[in-house]
Design a binder for this molecule. Sequence first.
Ligand code: TYD
Length: 133
Amino acid sequence: MSLVKFIEFPALGDSRGSLVVIEGNETVSFDIKRVYYIYGTHAGVSRGFHAHKELKQVAVCIAGKCNMLLDNGAEKSKVLLDSPTKGVLIDDMIWHEMHDFSDDCVLLVLASEHYDESDYIREYDQFREAVKL
Ligand code: TYD
């Protein structure tokens, strides 16, 4: 599968403005068990720097923008999240980093599982070893 998989969310616009619907097992390919969002990120701060053993996530900047680096151990790609209708899949075993948050950025993340610290790989060398196997 390709490293970068964008998901376009149709905006249901009318004269009042826009509305986006995201449904588990429909708009995204998994059942959504957890939602979190990152906002108020201070200037110059980057986040992420980990991979997940099992967890799948979709990230979308519902306001503002940020860059996301995706890395499968063999290939890296930097994607710009700058639209409330553009999500990106963060598959399992993808190292990811978020950079260049705009002041107004609200990064919404939809996750396939509940929070589980044991699912994280937070050391890059350990990630590289794991994807080599
Ligand atoms: P962290 O994983 O460091 O965030 P990021 O990868 O975006 O830099 O998470 C920050 C803190 O929040 C950390 O103490 C773990 C906690 N946390 C939860 O308790 N539940 C969650 O669902 C998430 C994503 C984080």
